[in-house]
Design a protein around this ligand. Structure first.
Ligand code: SF4
Length: 69
């Protein structure tokens, strides 16, 4: 499972960092860093983070990139 954050959209609300801190972390006020390949066990958290993002900046891809893994 892959994740992409549209950083032009991201307003630094940090909802995602709160819900999935192993994947999304805030650096400073608005700089978001994230792990594009979501580790197993974090999928549900990342889905929740994507749903919670107030500006829908988080795109979750099930197949994008790593096929089947
Ligand atoms: S929840 Fe959305 S707007 Fe907030 S930091 Fe994460 S990606 Fe950015």
């Amino acid at each position: 499972m892959n994740v992409v954050v549209d950083l032009n959209r991201c307003q630094g609300y940090a909802q995602c960092a709160f819900l999935a801190p192993q994947v999304f972390t805030m650096h400073g006020e608005e700089a978001l860093m994230y792990t594009p390949v979501v580790p197993k066990g974090q999928h549900e958290r990342v889905r929740r983070a994507a749903a919670a993002c107030p500006v829908q900046a988080i795109l979750v891809g099930e197949e994008a990139g790593v096929g089947g893994r």
